[in-house]
Design a protein. Sequence first.
Length: 365
Amino acid sequence: MDILSYFDFEPAGQRLEDLETPVPVIDLDVVERNLRKWQERCDKAGFVNRPHIKTHKLVPLAKAQIDLGARGITVQKLGEAEVMADAGITDMLLTFNVVGQHKLERLADLAKRTAIKVVADNASVLGGLSHAASLAGRDIEVLVECDTGAARNGVQSPQAAIALAQAIDRTPGLAFGGLMTLPKNGARGAMAGFLDTARDGLVKSGLDVPAVSAGGSPDMWKDDGLDHVSEYRAGTYIYMDRMQIAAGSATADDCALTVLSTVVSVPTGDRAMIDAGSKSLTSDLVGLEGFGEVRALSGARVYNMSEEHGFLDISKVNDKPKVGDLVRITPNHVCPVTNLFDRVVFVRGNEVLGAVKVDARGTVQ
């Protein structure tokens, strides 16, 4: 597979110095290495790779993931699904409750042209999903979302999962598609206990469990708790970030995306200002110190931000940056960064390949 063949780049210059900042810069060689490494892990472990595209939001990368062996994709919002469907991708799992008449009509339109599956964590959404299936003229698969420790969406017990699965099975136009969860980081044991109990109970009741879907990049390389998992939804693995480094699932060399920024002021010997603030790096701390790690400037960190300004602590830097210098920042959480820019730039090392539009940017509905 030639990953370059998936892209139709817009001209963006030849060198990093040619780029307008701030801008996300993505090393395509690192991307390809990350994709291949994770697909090999899934193949060896024996579970399906269903990558979450909310990290990159790019049609070319979604297609590359599928061609490398992924079985469809995961999307978080209907807007993402619509963009991917328009590009010809039909195997999708939407991991967010669909609520509201207009959204249900959009789901029905998607179901007419794709094999989209959805999730539910309460019986009150089943009537709407049944209506969407009727509009689509086909059954829609529904997985039961389980809260196995992350304290987000999801039924709260294996017994509740069994009851909801049985309700889905009884609802016209719906087909029970399995169990789905995003576990708490480092708590796969609790996840496995919950899902195994629910799965065993469903099988005993005579209801098949077609899929057991887990996710989360921080624990993606760990084997514990995956004995009965049939598919895995990782997203961040394609780019990686500081959060994944802190979790032990990545190294700095695995981080494909950095935000290229320009030093615009050095007011004091301890502080430099850059043109990347919260509108470029996001304000996610995710338990880390600072808002980004500055590459090739040992000891520097983004310690504060306003909308357009990033504050660099350079007190421990021997070779102080100068106005006009370029810096590359590894963000804390890469997924929101993708959604902040209309275009991203791909490189190989310091060679600029070109820019691409972020296809599903802003698709939060």
